[in-house]
Write a protein that binds this ligand. Sequence first.
Ligand SMILES: [Zn+2]
Ligand SMILES: [Zn+2]
Ligand SMILES: [Zn+2]
Length: 706
Amino acid sequence: MEDEWQIAVVAGPPGAARDAAIRRLGAPGGDVRPLEVYGYLTAPTGSLVVGELSGDLADGYSKVSMLLSLGHRVLIVTEFDPGRLLSRFRGWPATAVVVGPVHTAPVLGGPVQASPIDDGLEAIGEGTYYDDGWAGRRNTPIPVVRVASIAVADGAGRTVTGSLAPGLPFLVRVGIGDRRVESILPLDSPIFPSSLLPPDSAGWWLRAVLSRGVDTITEGALFLPRTGEGFSCPCTPGDPHLCTQGDRSFWLDLAAVAPRRPEPQQWQLALLHGATTVQIFEITLNGPAPAARAIYTLTKEFDDLGRFGGRNVSIQEGSLRDGRHYLLVNGSDGARVGSVLTDDQAGNAARLLRSTLFDRQLAGNSTLYDRQFGKSRDDYLTDLWEMARVGWTVHLGLFPDATDRDALREALTHGDGPGRIQVALAEGSRAAVPWQLVYGLPIADRAYVCPSVDEFGPGSSGTGIPDRCPHADKHDQPNGVLCPYGFWGLAHILEVPPSSARMTLAEATGESRPPTVVAARNDTLPGADWAAQRAALDLIDRACVVTTDTKSLRAALIAGADLLYLYCHGREVTGGGVALDFGKGGVLLPEDVGVWADVAPRIRWAQRRPLVVLNGCFTGVRLPETLADFASAFVQSTGAAGVLATEVVMESGLAAHVMSAFVTAWHTDRRGVGPAIRDVRWQLLARGNVMGLAYSPYCDADLRLP
Ligand SMILES: [Zn+2]
Ligand SMILES: [Zn+2]
Ligand SMILES: [Zn+2]
């Protein structure tokens, strides 16, 4: 019987509620089996087998996944934390449905409505504690699975399925909630039960910005309540709602004029919370029919947007089809700045910044730093000059318009603390600018040297760094200014969170302590340098697993870890790209990480999602590209929380030193990755060393250990 459920899985802790659910599902005599993968293959067709998912959740989840991958039709029933189950299994088309309390099994394939909780099930007593992950999550309301829908309509609001009338007004409609049938986004998820709650509780205002490259066409606001569907209404964003239910509509309509020319065009629609870009869609007009796809996703289901607040600016960076590259900057204060450059210009800017940084460290194969990784005051000053001049040139290239640069500087000084910058790099965009090396203050020959250069330079403590330059009042000088606060990586907290359509960006690597570490090293690298790094890793996990080949690394990673530390050589690959070289232990390419995710034993982290640190010793190699490809491979394929990688090759002793400093800031001082890296950069600067600017965090700036 193709149209019946084969297996019902009752998820929840042991107790009356679970037993009642099992009875209602009609298991003969209340018979329930422990969740077994292969036992079900022998069950007679047409009979519903009831299994339980209770104690070991991670094990239970993987068994359910296995059943689904074997083609079974699985109904998952729970009164406990359906959100977590939903996010886990909603990707399975039509063969898995998660519902709340049910009386009878719903029809397979149809939308399922959860029945209200009405049967007076015995509640689990207060203070009953199940040490199995269910505790404290009883009877969570079933959330609407909130996905974006995008539709295109004519001026009268009729859905357009063919081509647009050239030069006439039309509407791009966007809404958040259950997927709408009119949506032109690909159908990648089944429809789930919705509970449209009265949207009078607190929620979030989102800005929807429609643009073509850097030309903003129009924008509007959507309100997203904490639960339930989003809506647009006539109220002022940020103010309390004065609207009635009748004033609200699912769709936010963004009016635009259809292109007059017949060739296909790509437009972008970004959803922002404050200054944080949450999702970007590319909409293709003038094709056979309007089409859309997500090109950047921080959170798939729009839960808990509050954590994405506090950014000052968001930079959308992406490639256009014609080989050009766009930057669109949105400030939390509403400032908007955009520029278009060719992919070559963007690539050249990135290479110029990297090679200038590279030359600070190495001459041939020998380091220019002393044994304490320091430089003299004069050499440090020269380094700052060289880098500031190049960083300013790149800044000018990226933002050629002077009023844009003013707006950007202004947006970055809003609020307390160091300015926060999110870079949303669209999927498929190749040229990643190392933003930490961009210098945002004007500088020319004979520029004024800000007192901060020495106050925080060689011989200083490297701690207690102010959020803003304490001498900023002196920055306005005829020839500009040299100041460490000119570098974005020293002045600001930067994050380049990778897009993932499958999982929401991690804010912690795991939920339970103690944290775990898995490391891999190339055992031909200097032992003394390794010992220093190992000592740093031991601060997090004394039982840190260290492997020296890619095969045992893969085996060690199946269960996940909080930190995955890779210490190896970097090697250029013929045909482009970078490989991590473990000597006799093998080579790791970004594509290999994809294989880990797809081929048994699959690595798809859900509980412990590591920060992957690529601390390569790339001595003597000038890499043509960054390790950014590994960031998307580890995050998108295996579900890592993020990647910390270097923009240029690092001498191994210095790399070890940076790692110790980072672990101290991240683990011991409990800083997020972004603030921790900023701390490390200033600590190195106090030795006259600028190489802290080599590290790029491809993760949430607030990412923490459990
Ligand atoms: Zn309203
Ligand atoms: Zn200054
Ligand atoms: Zn090396």
